[in-house]
Ligand binder design. Structure first.
Ligand code: HEM
Length: 396
């Protein structure tokens, strides 16, 4: 028995029992009220995201609460035939699990019962495309070096990316394990990264997430369903037609130093308010930032070093961001162990992601509290139909 339990009992003598009963009743009342406010009937757990379709669900699905990324290195000698076998197995596992069914030979089938919007994405690194004898797009390579980078090679790159997103971390852990059980004959784990947002149901669906700086993060699109999403994200031709790219950056945050800043300075570092996420020149989260506006002294209202001014530039590059937080302890020498798993999808990282990252590398006040420690680029093939598998456009 733990010492806290003993000391609590010690506090409650016989004379304390009546008072304890009254406290228990009082405590029950708010619980009953909150149960009436929202569904606790398991319906969120039954929600599914279709696995099959033109695009991979991991790219298009609504923002789930949790995501696990695993990057693998192919074993020596894994060739095109072996890759075909592996991707057939992994696609079959993913299709079943996304539908709330057990994968073949799943010895814990109950863990597949409540899929909770489980969605999968598979990404190919340059090594996999080479092993398949395919032609890699020019951008499928490590990103150019940036001055702010403090990368640890152990948490960079990889031949195959498994991206498992959903609202229940238990279901994600099980699904990831099922995929790894089938992948292990072909590949070994290089790095893995878990990320999270608010628990589903605690805020209305569609609420933009907050990162660990407390900022509303993810307001500016494109988001799936927006008019400009398709053009920014989907590749038009070749074996990647209907697919996209994924850039992953593990970005450590220095929360202790950030804590020393006043609220106004924190808002000026980004150019948006902390409470509503509105630009400092606006009132609502989705108001357009007015980059030409000046303050009472005639200085730019959105500072020259503000993250949104630098990230936006002339507005020519669009990327679809879908980031998660992490606090799993340091993995690299300069990692604080707390930060943002920054994920961006775009048709061409060299034309879209890199110019933005270059501008931020040159000037962005947020650099003072953020350190990129991991980095990887993957090609995300298109989705597949029933009976097909992810990667068939490369491997058939
Ligand atoms: C830990 C690192 C980062 C933090 C804390 C962060 C935080 C934010 C916040 C709070 C916003 C404003 C709200 C929004 O529109 O989402 C924002 C916007 C944005 N960020 Fe970041 N960000 C980080 C890294 C990056 C990186 C690495 C890139 C790309 C290279 C990036 C690109 C953008 C873009 C394109 C916008 C939208 C700008 C606009 O058009 O308004 N961010 N970020």
């Amino acid at each position: 028995m733990d010492s806290r339990a003993i000391s609590r009992r010690g506090l409650f003598g016989v004379a304390g029992l009546a008072a304890a009963g009254a406290t228990a009743l009082a405590a029950a009342a708010p619980a009953a009220a909150s149960a009436a406010d929202g569904p606790a009937d398991g319906s969120l757990g039954r929600e599914t995201v279709p696995f099959h379709g033109r695009h991979q669900a991991g790219v298009t699905a609504a923002d789930q609460a949790h995501e696990t990324l695993v990057a693998l290195d192919l074993r020596e000698g894994v060739d095109r035939d072996a890759l075909r076998r592996m991707m057939r197995l992994l696609s079959d596992d993913a299709a079943r699990l996304a539908a709330g069914r057990a994968a073949l030979a799943d010895i814990e089938p109950e863990l597949a019962d409540a899929p909770s919007r489980l969605a999968f994405g598979f990404g190919f690194g340059p090594g996999l495309v080479a092993a398949a004898g395919g032609v890699a797009p020019e951008w499928l390579a490590p990103l150019p070096a940036f001055g702010i980078d403090r990368l640890d090679p152990a948490i960079c790159g990889g031949d195959l990316l498994l991206q498992v997103a959903g609202d229940d971390p238990l279901v994600i852990a099980h699904a990831t394990r099922m995929l790894l059980k089938d992948a292990v004959r072909f590949a070994t784990v290089r790095w893995r990264q878990r990320g999270y947002r608010r628990a589903r149901g605690t805020v209305p669906d569609g609420t933009t997430m907050r990162n660990l700086f407390g900022q509303i993060d993810g307001t500016a699109g494109p988001h799936p369903g927006d008019a400009d999403f398709d053009e920014a994200v989907w590749i038009a031709d070749g074996w990647l037609a209907g697919g996209t790219s994924t850039v992953v950056r593990r970005i450590a945050m220095d929360l202790d130093d950030w804590d020393l800043l006043g609220r106004a300075d924190r808002e000026h570092a980004v150019g948006r308010r902390l409470d509503t996420g509105a630009p400092v020149t606006g009132a609502e989260e989705h108001d357009e930032p007015d980059l030409a506006a000046v303050d009472a002294l005639g200085f730019p209202a959105i500072k020259p070093w503000a993250h949104i001014r630098r990230a936006r530039g002339e507005g020519a590059e669009r990327i679809a961001r879908r980031s998660f937080s992490y606090d799993d302890g340091p993995l690299a020498p300069e990692d604080t162990g707390v930060g943002l798993v920054f994920i961006a999808h775009q048709a061409d990282p060299l034309r879209q992601f890199v110019p933005i990252q270059r501008r931020l590398d040159e000037l962005d006040l947020l650099n003072r509290w953020t350190i990129p420690v991991g980095s990887a680029v993957f090609a995300m093939p298109p989705g597949c139909d029933r009976g097909g598998y992810i990667g068939e456009t490369l491997l058939e």
